[in-house]
Design a protein around this ligand. Sequence first.
Ligand code: NAD
Length: 483
Amino acid sequence: MSKSERTYRNYIAGRWVDAADGRRLEILDPSDGSHLADIARSSREDIDRAVLAARAALAGDWGRMSATDRGRVLHRIGEGVLKHVDLLADLEARDVGKPLKQARADVEALARYFEFYGAAADKVHGDTIPYRSGFTAITLYEPHGVTAHIIPWNYPMQIIGRSLGAALAMGNAAVVKPAEEACLTVIEFARIAEEAGLPHGAFNLVTGTGEEAGAALSGHPGINHISFTGSVATGALVQAAAGRNAVPVTLELGGKSPQLVFADAELDRALPFLVMAGIQNAGQTCSASSRILVEQSVYEEVVARMADAYRKLKVGPALSDLDVGPVVSRRQKDIVGGYIGLAERDGARIAAQGTIAPDAPAGGAYVKPTLIRDVSPSHRLVQEEIFGPVQVIMPFDSEQHALELANGTPFGLVCGIWTRDGARQFRLARGIHSGQVFINNYGAGGGIELPFGGVKRSGHGREKGFEALYGFATTKTISIYHG
Ligand code: NAD
């Protein structure tokens, strides 16, 4: 892509179209603040068109396609994604600000989702239920119909993969509204899906702001299911809109995920996970591990070793491919900077920070990765999602204390437990309030195969793995009397 000169359109019913009223939005490169591209600024009318196109696809070729053929199309999409790995990685790096190696990993994850759900498309089948004499009762899994997908800016490709991949595998048609801050790879993805032979209208893409396009989509009466990934505040609005139309909604919201480190843990193995899970994607990961809880007897040692690792972290432009890129925007930089300022103001201590490369452009949204200690469990730094490269590290005295701290926030997305004691692993895994638990490993969000989602304010419903397919389906029960 040549920088600064791209104008992207909506993709509706297989056609590339401007917003109905012709408005556009500017997209900025967070590495230097320069103009990267323009996208369509869509409104209700564009959403209406996209929903109609999706409905028509269900009544046409897409709705009639066998599950096996749907799977084949999805597979071809996965292959197409891998064929364009360089283009997609470069674009994602520029658009989100993530280091190239992370962006490449995201492209591979996007392809993997389509491989996984392509292979799964014809493997979802219902039951035969023992019922009354003279009857046969069966269940069918059917698509909801038109599904809405509202995507955040932090992992556009991964999130489109997990949400759209499963929805299409089940035979739904989709309208996608990516985030206004970063959505260019989702638009390029639409070209790849088209080349792979996805029937027109099965996937429609409408860009724009949350308040206009997002709200119009989530409140649209023609939508049958909403999959939302984003903040708690917006999730509540989306759920209320879904409620007005009585449609199901999956909410993947934020987190404040802990990793618990016991004195018997294999520290050499744990350390890279403790740090990476906090700073990956500049901490802008819903399942980032932003709280490190350490048994008192090894607390100082773990602080010292993490601080060492922090001092070596280098921050710079996405295409320089250092450890950490910029955060997504100047606005996000200010928010994260405000939290780091709280630590200084309220008597917590900064254990260590990374460094910003001297040649990082002044217009970029750079934040030093920051490790904070001596902070009270009720402090905002411990209770609120910061969404930047900031971790707090806190001591605990006992297993019970560790559990209380781990469960002591409004969130429950992911938890990591580092101990060699097998019984403790299971006690804690059962006692933790979160959607995923990793023992002696931590995979922010986990693999494509692993059901993922939250409890408490982290949301509800599950994506990823086979379980996501059932979320994108509705069960029909058929009872036949044959005597
Ligand atoms: P956000 O809620 O501001 O935006 C998410 C999406 O919602 C965007 O596409 C936005 O345009 C749209 N939106 C905004 N207002 C809307 C409205 N009134 N109606 C409908 N749609 C609207 O969140 P964000 O800042 O883009 O993302 C950051 C948040 O997302 C963090 O809290 C993070 O934890 C969460 N997140 C969660 C997961 C997960 O899987 N659990 C993954 C990524 C991000």
